[in-house]
Every structure is written in C-alpha cells, then in structure tokens.
Design a protein around this ligand. Structure first.
Ligand SMILES: Cc1cc2nc3c(=O)[nH]c(=O)nc-3n(C[C@H](O)[C@H](O)[C@H](O)COP(=O)(O)OP(=O)(O)OC[C@H]3O[C@@H](n4cnc5c(N)ncnc54)[C@H](O)[C@@H]3O)c2cc1C
Length: 601
C-alpha cells in the first residue's frame, strides 16, 4: 500500500492561512474524501505567525484600516474555485471601520480565520501543527520531498511543499559587520536591521541620544515602543496634541535619504469618477516587453511607462473633479498628453500649459527628493522646517480637494499588478518597493501627529536628508550629519538601523532558503524566489518549474502590492492562492497515476 499523501506548508502566517483556506474550499471538488496529511510548520502560532502574533505590544498598529482588511473571497476575485465569503476584520472584531487596529487584534482575527479554514476540512484530512523551524528541503523532482525540522531527527515526508515563509531574517552585510565591530570595540550600541517588535530596545538608555537611520514604518514602530512603550503619554488633540514624557525615553535623532517620513495615509476615500486604468502600463505594454529578447531594464523600459500612467491617473481625476484648476479642455489635454513621450520636456510643457498651479502637477522626481537642495541656517531651523513639511502633508492627505493623490494611489496599485506580469523577467528592485511604500503605504495620520508632538517635546530630532553616519575611532562615537545643515554633526553612543532585514540571497538568514540557493534554486539579486507566475511553482536552476515545490508571498517574484486585501477589490493574492491550491490538489490526486511505482520514503 502506498503511504498517505502529504502536503507540507512551511510558514503559517497570513499567506499560509490564506492558502489553507483555498485548499479547504477546493478540496471537495478536486480531491474528494481521499486521506491527506497537511503539515503546518512555523515556530509561531498558526494564523498570525510571526508578524501578527498576539503576544506583542498592543501599542503597535496595523497601517491599514479595519474595514480594509479581509481574508475572504468575494465575487470580484477571479477564481476557479468557490467563493467563500466571510467578515472583514472590522466586522469580525466589532471595530469602527476607520480605525487602525492593533497588531494583536489582527492576530486574533487571523487565528480565527485559520481555525475556520482548518475546521472546514473534511475528516479525511488531518492537520498537524509543528511549532518549529523548517531547516532544509531535499528530494528529487519526481519523488517525495523531505523537510528537515529543527529539533527532530526524522524529516517530514511530503508529496508537495508550499513555502509561505514571508519576511525573513538576514545576516549582516559588510557595512553592518563593520559597524557592529566598531560598536563592540567602543562599547557602543548598534542595532542592525530587524523587525522592531523583536529587537532588544532595552539597550537604549533613557535620556541618551540615539541615531536612527531610516524613516519608514520600522521607525514608527521604534518611536512608539520607545515613547508610549516606556510610559509616556499624549494629552490634547490635533495640532494641540502634547507628549508628556515619562523620563525613560532616549532622544531619537532620525534621518534617511529623503529625510522625511513616508506620506500620511489618505484620510478620505476616492469617490466619484475613478481614473480608467490601466492606460499606458497595461497588458498590452507588458506583453510587448515580454516578447522582447534581452533583459528588461526597470529604469529604461518600465519607469517611463509608470510615470506616464501615474500622471494619467492624477490628471484624469484633476480634470474631472476640479476643472476650475485646469486651463485646457480635457479632450485637448488628453490628446496632447497621449502624443507626448513620457518624462520629456514635451510632456512637461503640455502639463505646464494645462495646469497652472505647480501644486496640482505630479512630479515623481520631486516627490522622491522632497528636500533636495534645501539648506537650513541651524539645526533648530531644520526642526521647524520638517515639522511644517509633516503638517502640510497631513493637511493635504486628509483634504479631498487633493483627491488626485488618491487617484495616484489607485494608479500605484494598478502598476503593482502589472509588474507582477513581468515578475519572471524583472525584479523592479529595492528602490521601487521603497518608493511605492513611501507614497502608498505610509503611517496613519495619528502617528504623524504623534511625531509632531514628539518633535515639539524634543524627544524626536530630525537629522535631515542625505544623512551620512560616520564612526569616530578617536572619540569612540557614532556621528551623523546632513548636507541640509552643513557642518552640523550629531554624536551618539547608539545607532539603530530602522528598516527590515535585506532579503538579498547572499545575506539570507534563513537556513531553508540558503540550502535552496545552494542547490541552484533561482532568486533575483533582490532576493525574490523566482516562481512560475501561473501557479507559483518554484523555478529550478535550469528554469524548469519544480513539480513538487511552490512558493507564495512577499519573498517571491509573484509578490502582490498590498499585503492584506481590501474587500471587493479583486484580491490578486486570493486568486494566486486559489490557483496554487488547485494545482496542488490536482497533483496530489493524480500522484499515483503519474508514478505507478509506490514511492519509497
Ligand atoms: C512589521 C510589518 C508590518 C506590516 N504591516 C502591515 C499592515 O499594517 N498592513 C498590511 O497590509 N501589510 C502589512 N505588512 C506586510 C506583510 O507582508 C503582511 O502583512 C503579511 O505579514 C505577509 O504575510 P506572510 O504570511 O506572507 O508573511 P509573514 O507574516 O512573514 O509570515 C511568514 C511566516 O513564516 C514563518 N517562517 C519563515 N521561515 C520559516 C521556516 N524556515 N520554518 C517555519 N516557519 C517559517 C514565520 O515564522 C512567519 O510566521 C507588514 C509587514 C511587516 C514586516
């Protein structure tokens, strides 16, 4: 008798859970009531996994609104399998849909979704949870795979493996090793890139200056844990919000390449006329790129199309909702915009003639370098300048009069979807993902109001753009400066790298992925596992999809833009989960037909 068929899912966070949900939904049709073992491997609890575990500070929030998070399919999702509706996070938890839930709240929702998916499986399927780390996968293309687990000598046997391992740790690169070494020699503190909730922040003493490099969401987590997390609190509201320190906070000196935080989350919904997308970067253009021989270069071949696409979204909305702020008939603008090549003087002239106020024009380069060329007379002038910048951003991003910003957000999501089609041939790289997050995935407005209050209280200090960090061997200190205030240096005994670990293959901290890379599994230079865009099968060194190995999620070339799906938005990730679940079930069902000889362990 052949052994029971077995499926191993490595990583039981949101994506592993979403895959299980689709497995359960498709199983009756494709697999019937044959016996099956499903093994879930994760050192963290199944459902929330590592990032959303319920045992973490409730001070940490999601940066999505409760009404914008669902783990369930609806009829807008392109599915072969059945739709299985279910509540959004807001509906399930009874939260006001506009609020930003805490991470433990989202973790509780994910746990419930996991249990519901598990319980939807028929009695013929047995689910085994292994609270440990998978270290290595081995096995031939045409035979069972072995999954070695930490703490167990006997490997799990798998007819199929699905890797939903998400966000991973990294080994330090050359610069991080040099900084760690410097810190060790001078008894300083150096916290390398990490998931902030996991970092040892106790090493940062009260009252001491700390240099922080990075102004994205990892900074926001750090800011929260070192202020409210150390007993500080807020009083008042809006512009009057005041931070009352506990005295336990260090002083955070924060800088980055741009020198500013990510743009505030939009404070309104895009109603009325939406930009018809895609227009300049759709399947026609991506198909044309894919037909070309030779490499696809992001900057040369793709970025100009994205620029024109986002401009189209922006101006379409401006002309349709605020014609009084335009100086040309829409049809004339549309024709001229259409004819002008992207990113040149010609299109700039078309825009300048049609949109009188520069604040109503979309300039992606200026957005990417918001403080370029600015000089401040003093460090104090820089603080005021940055507070004004953040306050203006907050006002604009909560004012529907600037709804072309929301149209650009819709454009960014559309672009992200199109980039997926190029996934096998192009990894757009860290700059694009950073730019996307900076524009489309910034902090909730209330967090930026807290940042302003912390700045007024002197607990957060801005370093400025183009920040450089140096090590002073003689004095045994870190120091940081910015060209925005020439000659001003801030010294500190602590340096925090506020960003998540670099997933580049040569630095991966995942033994599992390292072993896969060693045997030739493909990854992009940016560290994305190359998968078949059709069904998520992992590509081997020769470009062939591995019949028994799948991967889904942010560590793959099929990564989707926004991690959690908004209801009724076509949920690309749900569609991917469905295709992969169906491919897996079909393979498992047909296994013995393809391989008539019983498989040896
Ligand atoms: C700090 C942070 C905050 C975020 N906030 C938001 C947000 O507010 N809204 C939003 O939409 N998106 C957010 N995201 C984006 C994020 O991609 C998703 O929210 C989501 O966590 C992705 O799910 P996942 O299952 O693919 O990956 P993960 O959540 O990383 O889950 C992967 C799981 O795999 C496990 N694992 C990894 N390797 C192994 C191994 N070798 N063996 C066993 N188990 C393993 C891990 O323990 C983990 O539980 C955030 C991301 C981060 C890092």
């Amino acid at each position: 008798m052949s052994p029971r068929r077995s499926l191993v899912i490595v990583g039981a966070g949101p994506r592993g859970t979403g895959f299980l949900e689709r497995l359960a939904a498709n199983l009756p049709e494709l697999y019937g009531d044959e016996p099956l073992d499903v093994h879930l491997v994760d050192p963290h609890p199944a459902g929330p996994g590592r990032i959303w575990r319920t045992a973490q500070s409730p001070l940490l929030w999601m940066n999505s609104r409760a009404e914008d998070v669902t783990m369930f399919t609806d009829e807008t999702v392109a599915l072969e399998g059945p739709v299985r509706p279910g509540p959004t996070l807001a509906e399930w938890a009874g939260l006001d849909g506009r609020t930003f839930p805490t991470r433990p709240q989202q973790g509780a929702y994910l746990r419930w979704v996991y249990e519901r998916a598990r319980d939807a499986l028929p009695p013929s399927v047995t689910v085994h949870e292994h609270r440990t780390t998978a270290l290595r996968i081995s096995g031939p293309r045409d035979g069972r795979q072995r999954v070695r687990l930490e703490g167990t000598a006997v490997p799990l046997l798998a007819d199929l493996v699905v890797l939903t391992v998400g966000h991973l740790d990294a080994e330090p690169d050359g610069e991080q090793r040099r900084l760690a070494d410097f810190a060790a020699r001078h008894r300083l503190v150096h916290l390398p890139p990490d998931f902030t909730a996991d970092a040892d922040l106790a090493a940062l003493p009260a009252g001491e200056p700390v240099l922080v490099r990075g102004f994205g969401l990892a900074f926001v987590d750090l800011m929260v844990l070192l202020t409210e997390g150390r007993g500080g609190r807020y009083e008042g509201e809006g512009d009057e919000l005041a931070y009352i320190p506990s005295g336990e906070e260090p002083v955070l000196h924060v800088g980055s390449r741009r020198g500013v935080p990510y743009h505030s989350k939009l404070g309104y919904a895009l109603d009325g006329e939406r930009p018809p997308l895609p227009r300049y970067f759709g399947t026609e253009q991506t198909d044309a790129l894919l037909r070309r021989t030779g490499p696809i270069d992001f900057r040369r071949d793709v970025w100009p199309l994205i620029d024109k696409e986002l401009g189209w979204a922006h101006y379409h909305r401006l002309f349709s909702t605020h014609p009084e702020r335009t100086a040309l008939a829409w049809s004339d603008f549309e024709r001229a915009y259409d004819e002008a090549p992207p990113r040149g003087a010609e299109i700039a002239a078309v825009v300048a003639a049609a949109v009188p106020d520069p604040a109503d024009r979309l300039d992606l380069d200026a957005l990417d370098h918001p403080l370029d060329g600015l000089r401040y007379d003093s460090v104090e002038a820089l603080q005021q300048g940055l507070r004004d910048y953040v306050a203006e951003d907050l006002t604009r991003r909560h004012d529907p009069a600037h709804s072309p910003d929301a149209a650009v957000f819709a454009g960014l999501l559309s672009v992200y979807g199109q980039l997926l089609r190029l996934g096998k041939r192009l990894d757009p790289g860290a700059w694009w993902h950073g730019f996307f997050s900076y524009l489309a995935s910034g902090p909730p407005g209330p967090r930026l109001r807290q940042l302003l209050a912390l700045s007024r209280a002197g607990v957060v200090r801005f370093l400025g753009p183009g920040v450089t960090v140096e090590t002073d061997e003689e004095r045994g200190l870190f120091r940081a400066g910015s060209p925005a205030v020439p000659g001003a240096w801030t010294e500190a005994r602590a340096l925090v790298e506020a960003r998540i670990p670099d997933p580049a293959p040569e630095h991966t901290g995942s033994p599992l992925l390292r072993a896969l890379y060693e045997e030739g599994t493909r990854a992009t230079p940016g560290g994305l596992l190359v998968v078949d865009p059709v069904d998520g099968r992992i590509l081997e060194h020769d470009g062939r999809p591995h019949p028994r190995r799948f991967a889904l999620g942010p560590h793959t070339t099929a990564r989707t833009g926004s991690a959690f799906t908004r209801p009724r938005t076509g949920g690309v990730a749900f569609g991917q989960n469905d295709v992969t679940a169906r491919a897996a079930l079909t393979f498992l069902r047909d296994r013995e037909c393809r391989l008539p000889v019983p498989l040896s362990a």
